[in-house]
Design a binder for this molecule. Structure first.
Ligand SMILES: Nc1nc2c(ncn2[C@@H]2O[C@H](COP(=O)(O)OP(=O)(O)O)[C@@H](O)[C@H]2O)c(=O)[nH]1
Ligand SMILES: [Mg+2]
Length: 480
């Protein structure tokens, strides 16, 4: 998402770079390109117009034409304006004082409602709340099964009634059950349609009237672009929406919907769905999104995501292992899988500042099968080998390669990479968080540039290695 838009913005800013002072005419010229870029990204026409007028005004009225670094000021103005377009938003769910907090989920069929209900239930669980899922989509029998499967997966109870077609009744009973069992949150998964229709709207309005939800979220499929925006408008006319959840953000769509929806329906985007897996739900932060759109990376989300997947206890254990340098291959692969949790390697790398642009410039190809291959290799190893890959001789390597369907070079490559990473982590374990992030980002950029993991060198205290010749000289000097 946003690849094309980021590229265009980068082009535009690059043209301003190193120009010294620029004129009002230059600003207008650049803004024509920004306008085209936004339209191409499928942003709503009215939104584009408002956005460009505002940026132009600020750019001309303010420092851009006076400063010696016009591109920097321009980036700042566009960045702030993008934040304004998508925000402000309080991504937290306002829990009510007397539980349960009732959340009604609405949206067209296939927008990702049922999946998002389960993701949201997991989100509640992680925040110490006891949720209940209610299967109020009675149009398709499979919808109840789907929610029940998801509920089992995350160990959240699901209320369903299979003997009738009255969605209002199911919701009412669900809320009653949550009250009785002292649960904190009720999430109502309602039926969708392929398109907006009267019957659907009436059903939703009836549910809303009967159970009085505290929050009504509209689930929108980001892939439907401008249609998502008009869908939002229709729903917003009939229901008191409190927020929007945009799904399939991991897809290759142009991203215009997320830039349009807030200004058109004036309701905040609360969450974004970033994959099919249950953990793929992110709180929506306009500032981080703006940085991502401008290709400035999103390291904060990346770190947060990593933190959420790893418990404090696990982290402490790992930290101790890292410090001692006895991390095993099992730990290595386990962490990698956890942190990635269903996201592609490419998406993860793009969140590191500067890497997105670099990947596009150098046309980096990321081998998505790499992690799976690494896992297969590790699975073919004995516990002893996993703990200490240094013991792998050529016959062991051949056995592992055969077992995992790879080449002996793959096995050697993985071990080499792992040992390097282990050294690197040992070093990083002694750093502050800020230094670690800086170091991690540097490493990632270097490895991108070279297409491989850089060999480890201390970034703070470089070790000098004396050549043999120098050593000889030193010895001579001493003996004299
Ligand atoms: N890639 C991706 N797929 C999603 C996301 N959210 C939902 N889906 C998929 O979209 C399809 C429809 O989802 P579902 O929850 O059944 O939609 P519903 O008809 O609105 O309840 C399913 O295949 C989901 O796995 C997301 O954030 N990313
Ligand atoms: Mg559904």
């Amino acid at each position: 998402m946003f690849d094309a838009l980021s590229d265009r913005f980068n082009d535009v800013f690059r043209r301003l770079k190193g120009r010294g002072r620029i004129s009002e005419e230059n600003v207008r010229e650049v803004m024509r390109d920004v306008r085209t870029a936004l339209l191409e990204a499928d942003v709503h026409l009215d939104v584009v117009k408002g956005f460009c007028d505002s940026v132009t005004q600020k750019a001309i009225g303010s420092e851009v034409i006076k400063t010696l670094h016009p591109e920097q000021v321009m980036v700042k103005i566009v960045h702030d304006e993008l934040i304004g377009l998508m925000g402000p938003v309080d991504s937290r769910i306002p829990w009510v004082a007397a539980p349960p907090t009732i959340i009604l989920m609405a949206g067209l069929q296939g927008s990702g409602k049922t999946t998002t209900c389960a993701k949201l239930a997991r989100y509640c669980l992680q925040r110490g709340k006891k949720p209940l899922l209610v299967a109020a989509d009675l149009k398709r029998p499979a919808a109840i099964d789907q929610l029940e499967v998801l509920g089992t997966q995350i160990e959240v109870p699901v209320h369903s009634e299979r003997d009738h077609q009255n969605a209002v009744k199911v919701c009412r009973n669900g809320v009653g059950m949550a009250r009785q069992q002292l649960l904190d949150v009720v999430i109502l998964d309602t039926a969708g349609r392929l398109a907006i229709d009267e019957e659907l709207m009436t059903e939703l309005a009836n549910i809303a009237q009967t159970v009085g939800p505290h929050q009504i979220y509209l689930v929108l499929d980001a892939m439907t672009g401008q249609d998502a925006v008009s869908t939002a408008k229709h729903f917003n006319d009939r229901l008191e929406l409190d927020g929007v959840i945009m799904t399939k953000f991991d897809s290759d769509t142009r991203g215009g919907a997320i830039l349009s929806v807030k200004s058109i329906v004036t309701k905040p985007i609360k969450f974004i769905g970033v994959g099919e897996k249950i953990e793929n739900l992110d709180e929506f932060h306009p500032d981080r999104m703006a940085s991502r759109i401008l290709g400035m990376g999103d390291i904060v989300s990346l770190v947060e995501q990593a933190q959420h997947q790893v418990t404090a206890e696990e982290a402490a254990k790992l930290e101790a292992k890292m410090k001692k340098g006895d991390l095993s291959l099992d730990d290595f692969i386990g962490q990698m899988e956890k942190v990635m949790s269903g996201r592609s390697l490419k998406d993860m790398l793009k969140m590191i500042p500067g890497v997105g642009g670099l990947m596009r410039e150098t046309d980096m190809q990321i081998d998505e099968g790499e992690v799976a291959r690494m896992k297969a290799i590790v699975c073919s190893m004995t516990p002893g080998e996993r703990a200490n890959p240094k013991i792998l001789d050529s016959s062991r390597r051949r056995r592992i390669a055969r077992g995992s369907g790879t080449d002996t070079e793959d096995v050697s490559g993985l071990c080499k990479q792992f040992l390097q990473a282990r050294d690197m982590m040992k070093h990083m374990a002694g750093m502050s968080m800020g230094d670690r992030m800086k170091f991690g980002s540097q490493m990632a950029q270097m490895s991108m540039a070279g297409g491989k993991l850089p060999s480890f060198k201390s970034p703070t205290r470089p070790k000098f290695q004396l050549s043999k010749k120098d050593k000889r000289k030193m010895r001579k000097k001493k003996s004299r």
